[in-house]
Design a protein around this ligand. Structure first.
Ligand code: MN
Length: 732
């Protein structure tokens, strides 16, 4: 790093250090020196200012304004020196962070971003710009440096092109002046207003200032005459004080002329006399007021006590208007030195009077909370609406929950913090959001889930073939975008579901399958879909194949049906009886109408007898049927011999029920096992699987009980089989 070679630079550094010494509570001289040196080196090769001065004169003057007019701490003075380094020189933020640490780097970054955002756009809605400005400044010192920066730029505005002058002047009047007022920086506010007014309405500005100058001698003479007796009395009362008479600033005189619709000659309060008491006791102000009102008659309705009730920006003073010599009205302001400092320098002056604070961090914290306190108080008077909306905006920004971004045309949009280009797109128009395919932020293509920052300029790329991507729902934050995406998804889902439902119905029809509502509900649940709509969407999106589901349903159904039709014993009985092809009564096939008694339910193989009924032909009972015994007791003659015809062929029908754990091929193994044993004939097989357990009923022809028992033993040995029973007719 080269050291300062020229005399001018050394002089400048000394002047800045002096200003710090005079105005700051404490400061790190080495830090100021290093920042000065760094800034000087960084800017030395840069373009000169429009004024022809080397560029370094700008950050230097800004630092001087901070030190003298908005004195807070050494960090803000150093940051002011460095505020244009990132924007205008080859050094980046990293270099500043390495050299000066995080705090200064953050402040410089904030100032740089504001310059990029605010100053490159036309103002359309001033209050949003003010909000944006604040939302970009996490550290209040960023705003203070912006004030100083703007003040120096306004002081040198004459060197810029006329259109630029107009734009900057308007911006100053609409954004910076009200903001300075909110921070209690009266002097800065006045200077903003007068400098801006001078460029916006130079005719009226020149007229008023000419008039003020023409009457200056006259006015100064009058002020001297007015002050004289007050001065005398205050000295007699042994007050330490300062008394001055100064003209009001030009913009405020202009506003009075407009508001009261009067020429400048008829505006009486062109100047105010100010009494500043070097005292810590605010009651001295009321005593001084008493003295003034003994000399000149006060106008009662113009008395204002801002000491007991300070203005919302912290301003304290007594205002009174009295009738002076020649019957002229004169405004007198009475306040203590501390009140005057706060009035002139705003909140920055406040901590200076807090004696118990030592560490600069604590000072800053206290100061910030004081700023917050002021700003969170409800607006009281004056431009209520503007102040109120600003106040609300400021509160929001303090909690940093909004961002302010630009359209390509420079229109400002307010979005919730965390917003993405998709949120922005839906904010512009639902169609822009719906067809959004990409986005450029500050000229660079970015992913659609990129988080936007205050001051970003966003361009949305759309395509008519693109539609809402349901994934967007995961990252958007604005209510508008969320609602649109949700609605779109719902509509799509409905459309998809309708499509799927139609496809499903077609497949069902093709397979000639009908499903009851209960069956369908069960199916959807079995397939693990939350609701029918989701199932239909899955069908539409071909996540499931209806044909496969239908095939399974059909299979299940036939198994169920056959299981139903082969209810053990019942079916067996029927099959067995049918297989027996008629009953032999009294040794021969008879033409008797034969039916089976329900009480004992005889099956082939049982010893049976016939019982002649009245009108129902012959009922077949088991020989040992207790019911029959009771009935026959009265009418033995009605019992006839009966037998199964199959017995004569040497084979009879038997039923076997087999159950076990289901596994592929088990049924084949069962049937094979049966038919391979002594060529046993199988008449029918049915099976049902429930929860991996299978149950099967097999009807076979056996020679005798021995044959059946062996077969049962054989079946029991098959892997997976847990139970084999002979089916009994009585079970029906
Ligand atoms: Mn600057």
């Amino acid at each position: 790093m080269s050291y300062l070679a020229d005399v001018k630079s050394v002089e400048r550094l000394n002047r800045l250090l002096e200003a710090c010494r005079n105005n700051l509570y404490t400061f790190d001289e080495d830090l100021i020196r290093r920042a000065f040196q760094f800034s000087w080196n960084a800017h030395v090769k840069g373009k000169p200012r429009a004024s022809g001065e080397p560029f370094f004169s700008h950050p230097y003057e800004v630092a001087l304004v901070v030190a003298k007019e908005i004195p807070l701490d050494d960090i803000s003075v150093a940051s002011a020196l460095l505020h244009d380094v990132v924007e205008d020189t080859g050094y980046d933020l990293k270099a500043i962070r390495t050299e000066f640490g995080n705090e200064i780097a953050e402040i410089v970054d904030g100032v740089t971003k504001i310059s990029g955002a605010v100053e490159s756009h036309e103002i359309t809605r001033a209050e949003n710009y003010r909000k944006m400005l604040l939302s970009m400044a996490r550290d209040v010192r960023v705003i203070l440096i912006k004030f100083a920066d703007r003040l120096h730029n306004m002081r040198t505005l004459a060197f810029l092109a006329p259109d630029k002058q107009q734009r900057i002047a308007r911006e100053t009047l609409e954004i910076y002046a009200p903001l300075a007022h909110r921070f209690g920086l009266a002097k800065v506010k006045w200077e903003f207003e007068d400098l801006a007014f001078k460029h916006i309405n130079s005719t009226d500005y020149e007229y008023i200032s000419r008039k003020l100058n023409a009457k200056r001698r006259e006015r100064e003479g009058y002020i001297r005459k007015f002050i004289q007796p007050i001065k005398k009395r205050l000295e007699e009362a042994e007050y330490e004080f300062e008394i001055t008479g100064r003209p009001k600033h030009i913009y405020s005189i202009y506003n009075k002329m407009v508001k009261r619709n009067k020429p400048i000659e008829e505006i009486y309060d062109l100047f105010a006399v100010r009494v500043i008491l070097d005292t810590a006791d605010k009651n001295d102000c009321f005593s001084a007021y008493g003295i003034v009102s003994e000399i000149y008659t006060p106008v009662p309705e113009r008395f204002k006590d801002y000491i007991s009730v300070p203005k919302q920006n912290g301003y304290q003073s007594i205002h009174t208007t009295v009738v002076g010599p020649e019957g002229k009205m004169v405004e007198v302001q009475i306040r203590t030195r501390q009140m005057d400092e706060v009035a002139e320098r705003g909140v920055a002056a406040h901590w200076k009077y807090k004696e118990d604070v030592k560490a600069s961090d604590r000072k800053l914290d206290e100061w910030l909370s004081w700023v917050r306190e002021i700003l969170e108080q409800p607006a009281v008077s004056g431009a209520e609406d503007a102040a109120k909306s600003f106040l609300e905006g400021f509160k929001l920004d303090l909690y940093q929950d909004e961002i302010y971004v630009f359209t390509p045309k420079g229109d400002l949009q307010v979005l919730p913090r965390g917003s993405t280009p998709v949120d922005f797109a839906f904010e512009i128009h639902s169609q822009v959001g719906t067809h959004c395919v990409g986005a450029k932020v500050n000229g660079r293509i970015v992913p659609l889930n990129t988080r936007l920052n205050s001051g970003d300029q966003i361009e949305i790329i759309t395509s008519s073939s693109q539609n809402v991507n349901p994934d967007w729902e995961k990252f958007v934050v604005s209510r508008k975008a969320k609602a649109h995406i949700r609605r779109w998804i719902n509509d799509e889902t409905r459309k998809k579901a309708a499509e799927g439902e139609e496809a499903w119905a077609k497949r069902l029809k093709k397979h000639k399958l009908t499903l009851s509502e209960d069956d369908f509900t069960k199916l959807v649940r079995d397939l693990k879909y939350d609701n029918p709509q989701k199932f239909f969407v899955a069908v539409a999106e071909e996540e499931v194949e209806p044909d496969r589901i239908i095939a399974r349903l059909t299979q299940q159904r036939s198994v169920k049906e056959s299981a139903e039709s082969t209810k053990p014993a019942h079916t067996f009985v029927e099959i067995a009886r049918k297989a027996s092809e008629g009953i032999v009564v009294d040794g021969s096939r008879s033409d008797w109408k034969v039916s089976y008694a329900k009480c004992c339910n005889p099956i082939p193989g049982d010893e049976i007898v016939g019982f002649v009924t009245t009108g129902e032909g012959i009922k077949i009972h088991r020989k040992n049927c207790s019911n029959l015994a009771r009935m026959a007791g009265a009418a033995r003659e009605r019992i006839v011999d009966a037998s199964w015809p199959g017995e004569s062929s040497g084979l009879f029908v038997a039923g076997v029920s087999v159950s076990g754990m289901d596994r592929p091929g088990i049924l084949t193994e069962l049937t094979h096992s049966i038919s391979s044993y002594q060529n046993t004939n199988i008449r029918s097989v049915s099976a049902e699987v429930r929860d991996a357990v299978f149950e099967s009923q097999i009807i076979i022809y056996v020679k005798d009980k021995n044959h059946l028992d062996h077969l049962i033993d054989k079946l029991k040995k098959i892997v997976g089989v847990t139970r084999v029973d002979r089916m009994q007719g009585q079970n029906a």
